[in-house]
Write a protein that binds this ligand. Structure first.
Ligand SMILES: Nc1ncnc2c1ncn2[C@@H]1O[C@H](COP(=O)(O)OS(=O)(=O)O)[C@@H](OP(=O)(O)O)[C@H]1O
Ligand SMILES: Nc1ncnc2c1ncn2[C@@H]1O[C@H](COP(=O)(O)OP(=O)(O)O)[C@@H](O)[C@H]1O
Length: 174
């Protein structure tokens, strides 16, 4: 019996079919590919290409895209630091479940804080966590401005936009 967060008197339920059996069934290893970078750096484009490539090779993958998840699971969250941290924590937990299911989980989120990405890596002890940094200069992302958000941020119409008036912490080693 244990206490986890606000959950008291809880038990871990073991299930008869485990990760190894699922991986054998799928003939692949579950893992998480975590793509981080500024808005417009190409995260979604890379996630989609990778997903398509894996699919064509008969590998089951699933994309967790920040923008998309904010339409459902994370629609209660905004962009202040605590909300971004909670966003990344939740997606890390979902990615962990997908990885445990045997899937190649591709997460593409700005995930601007190093400590939040590190917390996800630490969460995924028994699976592979591959961090991919889209090392694209702000000027390039801003020039692309596919969604027109940089223009709005520069005009002060969006506050706390990553790279403009909100931080992005690149990985320390890349
Ligand atoms: N203030 C602010 N800062 C950054 N991005 C913003 C903001 N407001 C809205 N958007 C849009 O939200 C998308 C990023 O969502 P994420 O969940 O990936 O962000 S985070 O990881 O919690 O920082 C991001 O999508 P991408 O352009 O695909 O990165 C934007 O479309
Ligand atoms: N390697 C690339 N070279 C040139 N343009 C790219 C590249 N990757 C993505 N783009 C373009 O940049 C814009 C932003 O890409 P996107 O994948 O939506 O970024 P993000 O998900 O990081 O916001 C899109 O218009 C996309 O077509």
């Amino acid at each position: 019996m244990s206490t986890v967060g606000n959950s008291t008197n809880i038990f871990w339920q073991e299930c008869p079919v485990g990760k190894n059996e699922r991986q054998k069934l799928l003939n692949q290893k579950g893992c998480v590919v975590w793509i981080t970078g500024l808005s417009g750096s190409g995260k979604s484009t890379l996630a989609c290409s990778l997903g398509r490539e894996l699919h064509s090779k008969g590998k089951l993958s699933y994309i967790l895209d920040g923008d998309n998840l904010r339409h459902g699971l994370n629609k209660d969250l905004g962009f202040k630091a605590e909300d971004r941290t909670e966003n990344i924590r939740r997606v890390g937990e979902v990615a962990k479940l997908f990885s445990d299911a045997g899937l190649i989980c591709i997460a593409s989120l700005i995930s601007p804080y190093r400590k939040d990405r590190d917390a996800c890596r630490a969460m995924l002890t028994d699976s592979t966590f591959i961090e991919v940094f889209m090392n694209m200069p702000l000027e390039v992302c801003e020039k692309r401005d596919a969604k027109g958000l940089y223009k709005l941020a520069r005009a002060g119409k969006i506050k706390g936009f990553t790279g403009i008036d909100d931080p992005y912490e690149p990985p320390l080693h890349y």
